[in-house]
Write a protein of this length. Structure first.
Length: 317
């Protein structure tokens, strides 16, 4: 989408599911329901789950399919108001003061103070930008990985999430005429305070079933042969039942399939699995645990199941 064109919000769960599918996001009924209710009730959607399961992607897809601007606040330890809401352009303010003093010598200090704390010296960060009028409609505000911040920042967020407004001492209260579409994500490295969650519609984004992950792979990596896609999904699904430091998410499944395509593979082999595990697993201890005998055994189990399924299909034909 481009220009000022934007679409109205979906009016049903089916329409929401179709909207996400339009952005190549495969959502089950429960997730589509959560997204629909958050949009309908104009409440932030709080998505929690393991890294790589597609939480952030929902905000990107809503921005693209609805034709709304995407404002992303990437959270980190020590995030403060200056980085999230606004800060003053101090170098420009100092320059303005020096120019005024050199030109008038007897500059009216009160007038000068009012001038340098006007909006033209204000650097607007994502939260403030999300509260301003937008010709493309209310933007999508992504507050990504909130669990990386600390509790003082959560307390600051309460005003924004409760009333969709923020206070700038020098200028007053800035209130959104139309609430932004707020998506908050957390990888649950720590618990988020209940006060934040109460203001949101909550949904836990889990790892997808094998059928849904295969559908995701078809949409994201259409060049993958059917046998390869099935083997990749089956392999990843089994890895998620292993005792690993970091289980692979959907993002890693897509990356692995894409890497195998670049290597001109149409099916998995023990050697290729061993050589390409770095696209799927991100910790050496996990790679060492799976590489070799374990990977070969998983692959053999997959082959046996796939052969049995094909034989069953032939017998039923």
């Amino acid at each position: 989408m481009s220009g000022n064109t934007h679409r109205e919000l979906p009016t049903s769960i089916d329409a929401t599911q179709a909207l996400l599918a339009e952005g190549r996001y495969v959502a089950d009924r429960a997730l589509a329901t959560a997204v629909f209710l958050a949009l309908k009730l104009k409440r932030p959607l709080f998505l929690e789950g393991e890294a790589g399961v597609g939480k952030t992607e929902i905000a990107k897809v809503l921005s693209a399919t609805l034709g709304r601007d995407l404002l992303r606040l990437q959270c980190y330890e020590g995030l403060d108001v200056a980085a999230a809401l606004y800060e003053w352009n101090y170098p420009r303010q100092m320059l303005e003061i020096r120019l005024a003093e050199s030109e008038t010598r007897g500059a009216d200090r009160e007038k000068l103070a009012a001038d340098i704390f006007s909006e033209r010296f204000l650097i607007k960060r994502p939260l403030l930008q999300a509260l301003e009028p937008n010709p493309r409609g209310a933007p999508v505000l992504l507050i990504d990985e909130l669990d990386r911040t600390d509790e003082p920042f959560e307390a600051f967020l309460l005003e924004v999430l409760s009333d969709f407004q923020a206070t700038i001492p020098e200028l007053g209260v800035v209130k959104a005429a139309e609430p932004p579409i707020v998506i908050i994500t957390s990888n649950r490295t720590r618990e988020i305070h209940d006060a934040i969650k109460r203001r949101c519609y909550y949904y836990w984004v889990d790892y997808p079933s094998a059928a849904r992950e295969l559908e995701i792979l078809h949409k994201k990596v259409p060049a993958a042969a059917l046998d390869l896609a099935q083997e990749v999904v089956a392999f990843v699904q089994r890895l998620r039942k292993r005792d690993l430091f970091k289980l692979p998410g959907v993002a890693e499944t897509i990356d692995w399939a894409d890497a195998l395509i670049q290597l001109d593979q149409t099916s998995l082999s023990p050697e290729m699995v061993d050589n390409s595990l770095g696209a799927l697993l991100k910790y050496q201890d996990d790679i060492a645990k799976i590489r070799g005998t374990e990977a070969a055994q998983i692959l053999e189990e997959i082959r046996q199941e796939m052969n049995a399924a094909k034989l069953q299909a032939v017998l039923q034909a």
